[in-house]
Design a protein around this ligand. Structure first.
Ligand SMILES: Cc1cc2nc3c(=O)[nH]c(=O)nc-3n(C[C@H](O)[C@H](O)[C@H](O)COP(=O)(O)OP(=O)(O)OC[C@H]3O[C@@H](n4cnc5c(N)ncnc54)[C@H](O)[C@@H]3O)c2cc1C
Length: 244
């Protein structure tokens, strides 16, 4: 698939609520996925739904998710339909009314049939993608997985054929009469940022912090020109949202 191809618009990836917040370019999907560290894997296990966070990586139009080979959610996903989401919180929006409070966000939902990778060479290649998503430069730096570690690791692949992206940007949308209230309104930006690396107390003397890890502290993750806000009043008030 090419980055120029638009995202699919199947029944289940068509946004009904606030569809103007949907992004239709494949590049928008890539941007959300590439800025993330973890995804949420939604799968049916023994007849009930389970949603679990896990590390992932993207290469081209394939998403790789990894976990323990004993992970029942990953085993249950093999050969079945799953839904994976990636979410970035870009800020909190404070409105003049509680009802109109929101959260800035970028998010993606991907649907498809997942497959466990059994071939060791392909599994290693996929693990490289997952590792580089989390700590770029680490695959060529740290010891590679041995046979036993590889067997203890499960990797799922999921095609990025059917996906949606939703983004909310901007400030609060208050009721016209509320603009006269003496209440502060605006956006509190949020950003994923790494701090300075902390060495393992058992670190062998003379082992220096590598540049690729040192550099992480200087580069915020998940930052983007795309800013958004999702109302969070619903879970407090139980009121239906008009502006999520
Ligand atoms: C950080 C964050 C916090 C949120 N908080 C709330 C909240 O408190 N209350 C609330 O009602 N909503 C919240 N939302 C929005 C929520 O994700 C849904 O978009 C919204 O609730 C509409 O749901 P729906 O089932 O009516 O969507 P529909 O538009 O009917 O969904 C149809 C399809 O659109 C796509 N879609 C819908 N939402 C998203 C999305 N966010 N990202 C990618 N694809 C999507 C999916 O493919 C879905 O199957 C939040 C979103 C984010 C990212």
């Amino acid at each position: 698939m090419s980055a120029d191809l638009p995202l699919s618009t199947t029944g289940r990836t068509t946004l009904h609520r606030l569809s103007e917040r949907g992004k239709t370019e494949r590049a928008d999907l890539y941007a959300v996925l590439d800025a993330g560290l973890i995804c949420h894997l939604g799968v049916i296990v023994d007849g009930y739904p389970v949603v679990l966070p896990t590390g992932y990586g993207r290469e081209g139009d394939t998403l790789y998710l990894h976990g323990s080979s004993g992970n029942q959610a990953m085993r249950a996903a093999d050969g079945h339909e799953i839904c994976v989401t990636v979410t970035h919180v870009d800020g909190l929006v404070c409105a003049r009314s509680l009802f109109n409070h929101s959260i800035n966000y970028r998010s993606a939902a991907i649907f498809g049939t997942a497959r466990l990778i059994s071939d060791d060479a392909r599994k290693l290649a996929a693990l490289r993608v997952v590792t580089e998503q989390l700590v770029p430069g680490q695959w060529d730096y740290a010891r590679l997985p041995n046979k036993k570690e590889l067997a203890a690791t499960a990797v799922l692949e999921l095609p990025l054929a059917e996906a949606s992206v939703k983004v909310r940007t901007g400030g609060p949308h208050d009721e016209p009469e509320d603009y006269d209230l003496d209440v502060w309104a605006g956006v509190v930006p949020a950003q994923m940022m790494f701090g300075p690396a902390e060495p393992d107390p058992d670190l062998r003397a003379g082992v220096n912090l590598p540049d690729h890890i040192k550099a992480m502290a200087r580069h915020p993750r998940g930052s983007s020109a795309l800013r958004a806000v999702v109302r969070f009043s619903s879970w407090r008030t139980g009121l239906p949202l008009g502006d999520e």
